[in-house]
Design a protein around this ligand. Sequence first.
Ligand SMILES: [Zn+2]
Length: 264
Amino acid sequence: MANLTIPINVRHVRAFTDNYIWLIESPAAPERLVAVDPGDAAPVLEELRRSGASLAAILLTHHHPDHIGGVAGLLEHGAVPVIGPDDARIALRTRTVRDAERCNLADLGLTFDILAVPGHTLSHIAFCGHDALFSGDTLFSAGCGRMFEGTAPQMNASLDRLRALPPQTRLFCGHEYTAANLRFALAVEPDNESALEHLAVVERLRSSGLPSLPSRLGLELRINPFLRCDDPQIIAAACAHVGAKLDGPAAVFGALRAWKDNFK
Ligand SMILES: [Zn+2]
């Protein structure tokens, strides 16, 4: 039985303009990689060629093309398990995982707890294990995904589940949106010292061509307004923005999400 607490090495490749495809090294055999949300096969194949590694499995958080579009191309080079949520829009899935299930890739020494996190899409899941969270487009560093299919109460409840994970959890999300998210976070909370400091760190990393990720959940609890919809300061900012009293965290979340949707 794989031990959830064994740390993992995670590589990244970029796809499209701002997607990350995470490549998890098997603790049992580091030359065997598990790809998370391969929206494009080409950069993954290039990394496999470059490093002499092989693909051992594919994990999918949700059905959007920029997260699953590379699956067919990867499978042309050999069959591997394709593990994802119960959604007919993910046609190449070979194994379905559901909320509260433990996804065990025993031969790779990897185990992930599955969390259903509806909101961005209705069947969106997150993979959590080895002090790492693969959150797809649900939780971003300093932000969260747009609500394409779910409701504000659903998405807020999903983020509640993620914020309850241990603070040392490393956050691997689907996109490099951190700097723009921090600018919005600072519009909500102009005096948030942690967000100000982190924006300087992120701008340095980005100007050197480095990813701002992974983040850590403990940091996200300080810089991400969407994880603190029950915080008096966030509530006050959201109420001031809409010019009305907002009743409860889901309403605050909905107001923040709509604010961000129109934020330039
Ligand atoms: Zn998406």
